[in-house]
Design a protein around this ligand. Structure first.
Ligand code: TNX
Length: 537
């Protein structure tokens, strides 16, 4: 990253002083047309007060400044400045600012936002003098910068030099999330995705204010995280994948790299370990995980394996899970560990309840909170300590509602709206990519639902958020992830972030269309759904 030497900074300050006196007014103005409209943002902000007569135009003299008290704010502006320098060709020095003094340009400051709105809330004020983003914490500054990037013309973020002007519409945005948990789930078990592939997905989801990355690390087709003391889990269990393709695993150092990369984008990683079902890969690795003491062959099919369920009577599975949870807890700074527990028709009911409660206790013992799929909510002895991820109606509705009334939290990811691995329609994406067991899910289907009404009787205050889930049985390449996630992830992101009162398909599709060029410059290979009035390329 470019740093700004002290001498250059002095020269620049002198220049700035000079130009504020002599730059003609015409250079400091953007026409509202160039500036676009405040509020053409996804997710739509909680409140927008346009001041069309007062747009900002990024100038060659602009500085990008950070609250002198916040090293994280500095990191955020360094990244932003780096992204804007390429296309604009402006020097955009990174300099400190205080509440009392901000150099002309873009400033990130702590404070000045109602503390009750939380760490992710921010205020963005844009005027001829500059853009000032304020927040209670660095997380809010980061979210505000995502909004700013959407308000700038896409070309300002291009990877080659562009002609200005680079305008930002004038006015004030005050924004904060509806839900504190807005996740993207990525299944790296069915098909493995490398650290750089996951990192590029993190960059993409961050643009839509997603704040959790849920990694589905194990399943019948593969075990993807190295566990000390259990080397065969990755040697054998990591050597498979659907169709024998995309095999591999993360060392704990790789995993930490992902965690850190996500953290820098204010995204928290939630690791998920499948069990007691979906466990063929583990069973193939260790004989002790099988009640007959024999390892079944690796499972490469897209369907669930006939040998999916761990043996729960000889103690080995619990010994392994204790090691797995302890080690994961150590390398996971976020609060949650996901213990899965889904699709357990073949599991003895008593053994299932014992598994869920024992593994939940391990998670608590190692200082983390329990997340699991909705099935776990049927058998929990401590629902108040748990968050269940809802994925399908009419599975165990009454149990989900009962657990929620007893204090469990619920994350909503209904498959017919929020499963990103579903196809948009019969032809898209083209065969063999994408599933359709929950039906085809066009962009409008992913947008038109509400977490509060998805499951009748679920208390609204039990809902902690939403998750856009990408299972990968039928997702083969990195570009397939883009095609499936975009633009539907933006729809789920908006449902999780924006106030319910702003929910409106016509507004969403117009705002989403305006973001098409931004996705193009970000290199997102999105699906050009015919439902969205995309501008021509
Ligand atoms: C259902 S969602 C599953 C996954 C599959 C997915 C495919 C859930 C808890 N179980 O095992 O991969 O559908 O869309």
């Amino acid at each position: 990253m470019r740093t700004f030497s002290r001498r250059l900074r002095v020269v620049w300050l002198a220049l700035l002083l000079l130009t504020t006196l002599v730059v003609p007014a015409s250079l400091a103005q953007a026409s509202p047309r160039d500036a676009g409209a405040l509020g053409q943002v996804v997710p739509v902000p909680a409140s927008v007060q346009p001041d069309a007569a007062n747009p900002y135009q990024l100038s060659p003299m602009a500085a990008v400044s950070f609250d002198i008290r916040s090293p994280q704010a500095r990191q955020i502006v360094e990244t932003l400045a780096g992204q804007l320098r390429t296309a604009t060709g402006y020097p955009l020095p990174v300099v400190p600012a205080t509440q009392f003094y901000q150099p002309t340009g873009i400033s990130l400051l702590l404070g000045g936002v109602d503390g009750k709105l939380g760490d992710e809330a921010y205020q963005l004020r844009s005027s001829k003098q500059g853009v000032v983003i304020k927040a209670n914490a660095a997380a809010g500054l980061f979210r505000g910068v995502q909004t700013l990037k959407q308000l700038l013309p896409a070309k300002a973020l291009a990877k080659t030099k562009q002609q200005g002007p680079f305008g930002v519409p004038g006015g004030t945005i005050l924004d904060h999330p509806r839900y504190g948990y807005r996740s993207a789930m990525l299944d790296v078990a069915r098909h493995f995705f490398t650290v750089p592939e996951v990192e590029s997905y993190i960059d993409e989801i961050a643009q839509y204010k997603i704040n959790y990355l849920h990694l589905h690390l194990t399943d019948s087709q593969g075990w993807r995280i190295q566990i000390d003391g259990w080397p065969k889990l990755t040697e054998i269990g990591g050597s498979s994948g659907v169709g024998g393709e995309r095999t591999g695993f993360y060392t704990q150092a790789d995993y930490s790299k992902i965690v850190e990369y996500a953290q820098q984008r204010f995204i928290t990683v939630v690791p998920e370990i499948e069990g007691p079902s979906h466990s063929n890969a583990a069973r193939s690795s260790y004989a002790g995980l099988n009640c007959d003491g024999k390892t079944p062959p690796l499972w490469l099919d897209i369907t669930e394996s006939p040998n999916s369920v761990l043996c729960l009577t000889n103690g080995t599975a619990y010994k392994m899970m204790d090691d797995v949870i302890r080690q994961l807890a150590k390398i996971t700074p976020g609060p949650y560990i996901n213990i899965a527990g889904d699709e357990v028709d073949k599991v003895d009911k008593t053994q299932y309840a014992e598994y869920v409660n024992k593994v939940s206790a391990m998670v608590a013992k190692y200082g983390k909170k329990v997340l699991g799929w909705q099935e776990t909510l049927s058998v929990l002895t401590k629902p108040e300590a748990t968050m269940g991820q809802f994925w399908f109606n009419e599975l165990n509705d009454d149990a989900v509602i009962k657990a929620a009334k007893a204090g469990a939290k619920v994350v909503m990811s209904p498959a017919d709206h929020a499963y990103l691995d579903m196809k948009y329609d019969e032809k898209n994406p083209a065969y063999p990519v994408g599933n359709y067991w929950a039906g085809f899910v066009e962009v409008q289907d992913s947008y038109n639902w509400d977490p509060e009404t998805q499951l009748a009787g679920l208390p609204a205050n039990a809902i902690s958020g939403v998750s856009a889930a990408m299972f990968t049985e039928l997702v083969f390449e990195r570009k397939d992830i883009d095609q499936l996630a975009f633009p539907r992830l933006a729809a789920i992101g908006e449902i999780g972030w924006s106030p319910k009162s702003t929910h409106d398909w016509d507004s969403f599709k117009t705002r989403l269309a305006a973001q098409g060029p931004h996705m193009d410059v970000a290199g997102i290979d999105y699906y050009r759904s015919p439902q969205i009035p995309w501008p021509a390329r």
